[in-house]
Design a protein around this ligand. Structure first.
Ligand SMILES: Cc1cc2nc3c(=O)[nH]c(=O)nc-3n(C[C@H](O)[C@H](O)[C@H](O)COP(=O)(O)OP(=O)(O)OC[C@H]3O[C@@H](n4cnc5c(N)ncnc54)[C@H](O)[C@@H]3O)c2cc1C
Length: 458
């Protein structure tokens, strides 16, 4: 088995912001979907993919979601009960455990405490960071290898079983012979300069695309194979989100502690998942609009800020295509119902923060200002339109869906494309619906299910 990866090898990893954006984020961190709002979409790059730079939250999908997939696929192996042992296995391999108090940090503790006082489910979150020291830098790559990203966990297992990894090599073509996928052509480049250094051809009886829910359809559209395979690139979901920041009398230093280490849910808001976030000080200043004349005021507030993302399982959809030079061309339309649930999630998040002792809250919403009560914040949000919200997403999925019908899906329940034998997809593209929780654990558990079937396929 040979694995081609566009990004650099893990040994070239340098955990700092500029290096991460340039080398470890797809398209330099510059992917933006246009539509009825502007939506930046982040995805990781390198041996380890998104897990190199993700926040390590490790949630299991709601049982209702997996059971709905099993029903649509008429395949009980995708039910919550059947996937549970795979979640167990993966969780053990990547060291998932609930964040512990000593390194969680004030921001996470505050959100967990506010939710607990209101009797809401949640608390400190499950994460795959067995060696976490709480430096808050997961998104630039763990500087101490305390996060069990796949370059340290699953890929070494593949290596032990004979897989070979070719980094700095972009797959550009699925080779097709006699109506079957027969291999892949890739272009190798210099890891620093990006200069072309040679062509790689891998011949294989089974070809698995695992370039992520943007990368997989981007490759197929750029090659010109997409149209023959069904609705490739359609139905993009992303879990869009906004955030609420609070101002506390105590010093919180929200960039210290576990990057995203606390969460809560609300019984009236299924599919809405507020969870803590960490951001560097300069990003916090931008989030509260502390620029120009407001900078001095912002700097005074900075140590006292706490923050919580509000993410929704989206009904809105988009699509992935490729530009002539092989970059992603993305569209995404936010649905009114998602915006409404985002607002309601932000209001409940404000309630949690006030309960935890903050004096004021603000959303990342154009000119919304600080608010002293939940009621005032709710009123200020009520008439805001989608383009008032600074949106962000890092969970692209569903662009080569699993399904039974070749007209409405791209792959079957084994990950094999309906229309090209020997070509499989094994990444977040295959999710039949939006998931509702941060997806890495489900990608790994679902990938294990697909892997079992790909191994058996003829
Ligand atoms: C900043 C950030 C924070 C996140 N936090 C969390 C979190 O806390 N918990 C969670 O569950 N999820 C989180 N996620 C999401 C999660 O990391 C991703 O959903 C997951 O990694 C996607 O897995 P995947 O296998 O679909 O694709 P990816 O992990 O994106 O892997 C695709 C790989 O394919 C490579 N590639 C793309 N095109 C080509 C090509 N043509 N040729 C060769 N290689 C190619 C890419 O470089 C990449 O390495 C976060 C994501 C980001 C960006």
């Amino acid at each position: 088995m040979v694995l081609l990866e566009e990004g650099p090898a893990a040994s070239r990893f340098r955990p700092n912001q500029a290096h991460t954006a340039r080398y470890h984020m797809q398209e330099g961190g510059g992917m933006v979907a246009t539509g009825n709002g502007l939506l930046p979409i982040a995805a990781g790059r390198g041996v380890g993919g998104g897990t190199l730079i993700n926040s390590a939250l490790s949630f299991r999908a709601p049982e209702t979601v997996l059971d709905s997939w099993a029903a649509a696929l008429q395949d009980e192996d995708w039910s919550a009960a059947a996937i549970a042992p795979l979640y167990d296995e993966i969780s053990t391999l990547i060291g998932v455990r609930r964040m512990w108090e000593s390194v969680a940090g004030r921001n996470n503790q505050l959100i967990a405490a506010g939710a607990a006082q209101l009797g809401l489910p949640g608390g400190l979150a499950p994460r795959n960071t067995p060696g976490c020291m709480g430096c808050g830098e997961c998104n630039f790559g763990c500087p101490i290898h305390g996060k069990a990203s796949t370059n340290l966990t699953l890929l070494p297992i593949a290596w032990q079983h004979g897989a070979r990894i070719q980094a700095d090599t972009r797959a550009v073509e699925v080779l097709v012979e006699g109506g079957r996928a027969a291999g892949v052509r890739g272009l190798a480049h210099h890891p620093d300069t990006g200069e072309f250094v040679g062509e790689v051809r891998v011949r294989a009886p089974k070809v698995v695309l695992a370039a992520g829910a943007i990368g997989t359809p981007r490759l197929l559209w750029h090659q010109g194979l997409a149209r023959s395979l069904g609705p490739v690139g359609d139905g993009l979901h992303v879990h869009p989100g906004n955030a609420v920041l609070g101002l506390h009398d105590d010093e919180i230093y929200l960039w210290n502690g576990a990057t995203q280490g606390a969460y809560f849910t609300h019984p009236d808001l299924p599919g809405v998942l507020p969870h803590a976030f960490t951001a560097p000080p300069e990003a916090c200043l931008a989030a509260i609009g502390a620029v120009g004349r407001d900078l001095a005021d912002g700097l005074a507030k900075l140590p006292h800020l706490c923050g919580c993302v509000v993410m929704v399982s989206d009904h809105g959809t988009g699509r992935v295509r490729a530009t002539r030079d092989g970059r992603a061309s993305l569209r995404y339309n936010f649905e009114d119902a998602d915006l409404e649930r985002t607002k309601r999630g932000m209001v409940e998040t404000a309630r949690v923060l006030f309960t935890a002792g903050v004096r004021q809250v603000i959303g990342i919403v154009h000119d919304i200002g600080w608010h002293n009560s939940v009621e005032s914040f709710e009123a200020a949000l009520s008439d805001r339109a989608v383009d008032d919200f600074t949106l962000y997403a890092a969970h692209p999925m569903s662009t080569c869906r699993m399904g039974l019908d070749p007209d409405t899906s791209v792959v079957d329940a084994s990950g094999q494309t309906h229309r090209l034998p020997g070509l499989f997809v094994c990444d977040a593209s295959v999710f039949p619906t939006s998931l509702g929780v941060n997806p890495q654990l489900t990608i790994m558990a679902g990938g294990t299910r697909l892997g079992q079937r790909i191994a058996q396929a003829g």
